[in-house]
Structures are given as structure tokens and as C-alpha cells.
Design a protein around this ligand. Structure first.
Ligand code: NAD
Length: 406
């Protein structure tokens, strides 16, 4: 089948590769000309494990262009960022659908972008000749290629039975396929992200209490995670979540609910706790003008160069405003910070190092590397990930909710 994917960011590009893997010919369309030229040469514009190999393997089935081709099936994976008022900015999705309609008014349009409940139904009303489906994306940056090849489920939201069957075939998988209406598919995506954010904020609150009462949150998380009703995933205490999805999706969902006179108390609280968690790390740092700090890890999670809403950048901004001198290190992400090429360079002369992203090399920075290079070897572990926590040598260590390890 010839498929067109519009938007070649994390979701669009990985989806296109997945379809090419399954022997479909895929035309990828993006406004970003430079990105299309790079991709045509097999150069991945994002850091993702295995992406360059997958691109090169599928080069003969992938075409990259800025022009919309005629196609039977268009997959839409453009961005849906947060507006200043917290709501979801649908302008890119709307522009793309309008263009598709002008080229091929009876095409099938599959929305992969995260869009608020009700969006697909209103687009269907506006363009009755197009055939819509909403198929939310659940890949995780850092393991996107793996997730695309082994999804936990595929949710297909459409009223069009024929399209539902074609999509079940297109996204062929051993995972469960769940057929629902478009609004349910839309809400499923937001509910999934909100639930994960709630889990993180939950364990972060327990971590703050653990610091007060003298318990170890890592052991608490292990203990509760063994209960299959709770499960071990997303119970890692730390500096809080960020990234291109959780903050904006939570804002979009809570804003939508509020406009309907409904309050999503638990989800709103998860967001407030997340804000407070960064303040908590700030308190642990005890900043003062002139203090030298090294931030280890800048991307919002390991395995990606994505800096959108990264907690490390929010922390850097707060610290810089307080007159703190901040250096940074990240193996993939590029920022405007005073960023060094190695961990040693970043911590040289620093009085505090703060782990903000649990990249492998950062987890394994040795006590010797820290004591040799820092002015005072103080390490605040904003991800509770340091490999030498039980043998810290002369390093003054502090995690989140692990007072026994201080
Ligand atoms: P992204 O910003 O990485 O990519 C979006 C791409 O769309 C960009 O390359 C941009 O140039 C292109 N684009 C924008 N407007 C366009 C237009 N009119 N025509 C053609 N191309 C256009 O975004 P992303 O992270 O891939 O996210 C895309 C959607 O998927 C969002 O709704 C997001 O919430 C959702 N999502 C993202 C993830 C993730 O981990 N990144 C996971 C699940 C769902």
C-alpha cells in the first residue's frame, strides 16, 4: 500500500519506518526542507537508538518531500503544542487536513497526533467526504524504534468499518487491537499519559516524606511495585517529569475539562506536585549567587536529544536568575547553556553536581572523577540513579527520598 505520512518528527518518522519495515512504500512530507534533505541522505534528524540503521535499511521504500502527493491514505503526525492558555494548539493538524481535502477529498485520514477528545468528530463534520480515524501513538522517546516494532496495543478509533479493517492490517501486530470510536481513542491517549504522570508525582510525594521520616523511597517503590495491582513501572522518584508530551497533554486535558465545568483533581494535583518537585531539588542545592553548579544530563530523559520542557533546563533557568554559575553536560542534547563535552570538564571547579538525566555515562561517573575535578565533591542525584551510592568515597551524596544514603 502507498501511504503518506505528514510530519517527520519523533512520531511521524518512526511510524514511516515501521510501515516501510512492513514493506509499504511511504512518502514522508514535512514543511522543514532541511530535514527532508537530510533524511533523503539517510541522516536522522533526531537521536533515537537504531534509527539510522532502520532508515538506511528502508531507504528504497521511503521518499522525503515537502510536496503533498496524491495518496489513498494520509497519516497525520504533526505537532500539537500547548497554547499560552493551556489548551491544545490544533492549527497544524487543521492546516494539514484542509490541504489533504483540497488534493483528495475522499482520502482516508489517520490522525496520529495527540488531539483533544472531540477533535476528530468535529473534523469529520467539517469535511464529510474524508474518511477519518484516530490512532493514538504510545511510543516512548529513547526506545521509539523498539516500541514501534513491539507495541503494547493499537487503538483504532473510527466509525468507518472498512477503514478500521484496513488499519488493523496496516498496523499488523501480535498486540491487542482495540476498536473504539474516535473520541474514545483520543481520551485513551490522554488518560494513559495522565496516569503515568500521576504515578511519578505519587512516588515523588512519598519520596519527600521518606526524607522526613528516614525511609528509603527506592525500597518503598520496590515493595509496592511487587504488587501486580500497582506494578513497578513509573515509580522512580526524582526531579519530576518533563518532555514534549506529559506537561502539554495534562494542560490540554485539564483545560478542556475546566471549560466544561469539570475539575480533574488528581491530574491537576500531579502537575502541581511536579512543579513542587523541582523546587525541592532547588532547596537541596541551597543556591546562592556565585555558586558553581554542574548539571549532568539535560535532555528530558535518557536516549533522546529532546529538550522540550526538560526539567534540567527549567532548573538552569531558575539557578541562573539567582546568580548561580551553571555548566552542563549531555551526551546528545545541544543547549545554549555553558555546555561541556565531557563530564570531567562540566564538573571542573563546581561546588555541586546535580544529576538531571540518567544517561549511562552519568550514572557511572566515579567518586574519583568527582573528587578530582570538583571544588567540593557534592552530588545531588535528581534521578536516584548513581551507581556508587553504596561506596561514595569522599563524595557528599544526596538523593531524593533516600536520607540513609546521605
Ligand atoms: P515533532 O515536533 O517532533 O514533529 C512534528 C513535525 O511536523 C515537524 O517535523 C514539523 O516540521 C512538521 N510539521 C508541522 N506542521 C506541518 C505541516 N503543516 N505540514 C507538514 N509538516 C508539518 O512532534 P512529535 O514529537 O513527533 O509529536 C507529534 C504528535 O505526536 C504530537 O501531537 C505529540 O503530542 C504526539 N506524540 C508524541 C510522542 C513523542 O514521544 N514525541 C509520543 C506520542 C504522541
Amino acid at each position: 500500500m502507498q501511504v503518506t505520512v505528514i510530519g517527520t518528527g519523533y512520531v511521524g518518522l518512526v511510524t514511516a519506518i515501521g510501515l516501510a519495515d512492513a514493506k509499504h512504500d511511504v512518502v514522508c512530507v514535512d514543511l522543514n526542507k532541511e530535514r527532508m534533505e537530510q533524511l533523503a541522505q539517510g541522516i536522522a534528524p533526531i537521536t533515537e537508538e537504531g534509527i539510522e540503521e532502520a532508515l538506511q535499511k528502508n531507504q528504497s521504500r521511503l521518499t522525503f518531500t515537502t510536496e503533498y502527493p496524491l495518496s489513498d491514505l494520509y497519516l497525520v503526525a504533526v505537532g500539537t503544542p500547548e497554547r499560552a492558555d493551556g489548551s491544545c494548539d490544533l492549527s497544524a493538524v487543521q492546516a494539514v487536513v484542509k490541504l489533504i481535502h483540497s488534493i483528495q477529498p475522499d482520502a482516508a485520514v489517520v490522525l496520529k497526533s495527540t488531539i483533544p477528545p472531540g477533535t476528530t468528530e468535529s473534523l469529520q463534520e467539517m469535511y464529510p467526504s474524508l474518511r477519518f480515524a484516530m490512532v493514538p501513538e504510545f511510543l516512548r522517546e529513547g526506545t521509539a524504534i523498539r516500541d514501534m516494532r513491539n507495541p503494547h496495543r493499537v487503538i483504532i478509533g473510527t466509525h468507518d468499518q472498512g477503514l478500521a479493517e484496513s488499519l488493523a492490517d496496516l498496523f499488523k501486530t501480535n498486540a491487542p487491537i482495540v476498536h473504539v470510536d474516535p473520541t474514545t481513542a483520543e481520551l485513551t491517549k490522554y488518560a494513559a499519559n495522565s496516569f503515568l504522570a500521576v504515578k511519578i508525582s505519587f512516588i515523588n510525594e512519598i519520596a519527600r516524606l521518606a526524607d522526613i521520616v528516614g525511609a528509603d523511597v527506592e525500597d518503598v517503590a520496590h515493595g509496592i511495585g511487587l504488587d501486580p495491582r500497582i506494578g513497578p513501572a513509573f515509580l522512580k522518584a526524582g526531579a519530576g517529569y518533563g518532555g514534549s508530551c506529559f506537561p502539554k497533554d495534562i494542560a490540554a486535558l485539564t483545560t478542556l475539562a475546566q471549560r466544561q465545568g469539570e475539575h480533574l483533581h488528581v491530574i491537576e494535583a500531579a502537575d502541581r506536585t511536579n512543579e513542587a518537585q523541582l523546587e525541592y531539588v532547588l532547596q537541596k542545592i541551597d543556591p546562592r549567587p556565585g555558586l558553581r553548579i554542574a548539571l549532568l544530563g539535560l535532555s528530558f530523559k535518557p536516549g533522546t536529544d529532546d529538550l522540550r520542557d526538560a526539567p534540567a533546563l527549567r532548573l538552569a533557568e531558575r539557578l541562573t536568575k539567582m546568580g548561580v554559575i551553571v555548566t552542563g553536560y549531555d551526551p546528545a542534547a545541544k543547549t545554549l547553556l555553558d555546555q561541556k563535552k565531557t563530564i570531567e570538564e562540566a564538573v571542573a571547579g563546581a561546588e555541586v553536581a546535580v544529576i538531571m538525566t540518567e544517561w549511562d555515562d552519568i550514572k557511572h561517573v566515579t567518586p574519583q572523577q568527582l573528587t578530582a575535578n570538583m571544588k567540593t565533591a557534592r552530588l545531588i542525584d535528581g534521578r536516584n540513579c548513581w551507581a556508587f551510592v553504596d561506596e561514595p568515597g569522599d563524595v557528599q551524596y544526596e538523593g531524593i527520598g533516600r536520607p540513609g544514603k546521605t
